[in-house]
Design a protein around this ligand. Structure first.
Ligand code: NAP
Length: 328
C-alpha cells in the first residue's frame, strides 16, 4: 500500500522510502510485542508521542488474558465490565488513535549493532530501534496425574470459556488467588455445587471476593487441602484430595475441574536476551527497563508485586516513556 509518494509499507508494516533513487528500509522506533492491556497502552502512548510503532499480536483478537476474564470491577472509571468488552474498548481506542496492529506471530528477537531484528514464522524479518515485550502470561498447570489426559474432557483453565458446560452440575475450582475466587463466583451462578480446594487456610485473593464467596450457599471451601489426582476415564468423575494438616485422603465427585493456580510468563522470545527471575518473569522495575538496553518489559511478563489490568496499562505508558528517553 502506498502512503507517501516516496514511501511504501508492506504487510508487516515495514516501511521503505526512496533515497538517492534506492528504496531503503525505514527503521521504526518501537515494536510492541503482545496485544494485552500493557501492549495496547504502550501502542497508544507511542503514537501520541509521535513515535513510529507497530504492535504485533499473534491472535486476531487483542486483549490478552482479560478476554477470558469475567466481571471486572476494579478498573478505575469502569465500575463493571466483562473482560471481553473491556478488551474491545481498549483495542478500539488504540486503533482509533492510529496504532498499527499486525496479527503475525514472532518467532525470534535479536539485537545487533543497536538495532533489534524480529523474525516471523514465514522467515520475514523487520528492524526496530526498541522493543517493548508485553507477551504476558498463561495459566500454570497443576502437574497431577489425570490433568493432562482429561484436559478439555472436564479439566479446564478458563471458567468463563467452559463454565456453561457445567450448568446444573458440580465443579471443583483449585487455587486461592483472584482468578480462583472470581472463577468460583462465576461458576456458583451456573453450577449446582462448587468446591474451592485451596492448599492453605487463608486466601491470596481479595477479601471482598472471599466474603462474597462465603455468602454463596452452593459453595464449599475445602481449605488446607491439595488435589493429588484427577480421576475419570473419558471425562472427569472425581478428584482425590489430601489434607495438608493430617494427610487424610478424601474423594470429591465432580463433573468439572477448573485449575487456577497462577500464571507462567510467556518469555520464550526474551529469556535469552534479558535477565529473568526464578519463575521466568523478566527483571525490570517500574521504568520497565530490562538488563538489555532498548528492551523494555511491560505487564504480567515483568517482575512486579501486583498483576492487575491497571498495573499493566501503567507499565505500557512507563515503557514508552523509557523508550523515548532511550531513543533520545
Ligand atoms: P496467584 O495470585 O498467583 O494465585 C495462585 C493461587 O494458586 C495461590 O492461591 C496459590 O497458593 C495457588 N497455587 C499455586 N500453585 C499451586 C499448586 N501447585 N497447588 C495448589 N495450589 C497452588 O494467581 P492468579 O489468581 O491467577 O492471579 C494472577 C494475577 O492476576 C494476580 O496478580 C491477581 O491479582 C491478578 N488477577 C486479577 C483479577 C482482577 O483484578 N479482576 C482477576 C484475576 C487475576 P498459595 O496462596 O498457597 O501460594
Amino acid at each position: 500500500m502506498s502512503f507517501h509518494n516516496k514511501c511504501m509499507k508492506n504487510m508487516y508494516a515495514k516501511e521503505f522510502c526512496k533515497e538517492d533513487d534506492k528504496m531503503v528500509e525505514v527503521i521504526k522506533d518501537i515494536a510492541v510485542i503482545g496485544g494485552g492491556p500493557a501492549g495496547l497502552c504502550a501502542g497508544l502512548y507511542a503514537v501520541r508521542a509521535g513515535l513510529s510503532c507497530v504492535l504485533y499480536e499473534k491472535y486476531p483478537l487483542s486483549g490478552g488474558q482479560i478476554i477470558n476474564t469475567g466481571e471486572i470491577e476494579n478498573y478505575l472509571g469502569i465500575p463493571s465490565a466483562d473482560g471481553f468488552s473491556l478488551a474491545d474498548v481498549f483495542s478500539r481506542h488504540t486503533q482509533n488513535a492510529g496504532v498499527t496492529i499486525v496479527n503475525k506471530e514472532i518467532v525470534s528477537v535479536k539485537k545487533s549493532d543497536g538495532i533489534f531484528t524480529i523474525g516471523f514464522t514465514d522467515g520475514a524479518e523487520e528492524k526496530f530501534r526498541t522493543v517493548i515485550a508485553a507477551t504476558g502470561a498463561v495459566s500454570r498447570h497443576l502437574g497431577v496425574p489425570g490433568e493432562e489426559k482429561l484436559t478439555a474432557k472436564g479439566v479446564s483453565y478458563c471458567a468463563h470459556c467452559d463454565g456453561a458446560f457445567y450448568r446444573g452440575k458440580t465443579a471443583v475450582v483449585i487455587g486461592g488467588g483472584d482468578t480462583a475466587l472470581t472463577d468460583a463466583l462465576y461458576l456458583s451462578n451456573l453450577c449446582k455445587k462448587v468446591y474451592v480446594v485451596h492448599r492453605r487456610e487463608s486466601f491470596r485473593g481479595a477479601n471482598l471476593l472471599v466474603n462474597r464467596l462465603m455468602q454463596k450457599e452452593n459453595v464449599e471451601l475445602v481449605l488446607n487441602s491439595r488435589v493429588t489426582e484427577i480421576n475419570g476415564e473419558n471425562t472427569v468423575s472425581s478428584v482425590t484430595v489430601e489434607s495438608v494438616a493430617d494427610g487424610a485422603v478424601t474423594e470429591i465427585k465432580t463433573d468439572g475441574v477448573f485449575i487456577a493456580v497462577g500464571i507462567t510468563p510467556v518469555n520464550g522470545l526474551f529469556k535469552n536476551l534479558a535477565e529473568v527471575d526464578d519463575a521466568g518473569f523478566i527483571k525490570a522495575g517500574e521504568n520497565c527497563k530490562t538488563s538489555l538496553s532498548g528492551l523494555f518489559a511491560a505487564g504480567d511478563l515483568r517482575t512486579k508485586p501486583l498483576r492487575q489490568i491497571v498495573t499493566a496499562v501503567a507499565d505500557g505508558a512507563n515503557a514508552v516513556h523509557s523508550a523515548e528517553e532511550y531513543l533520545r
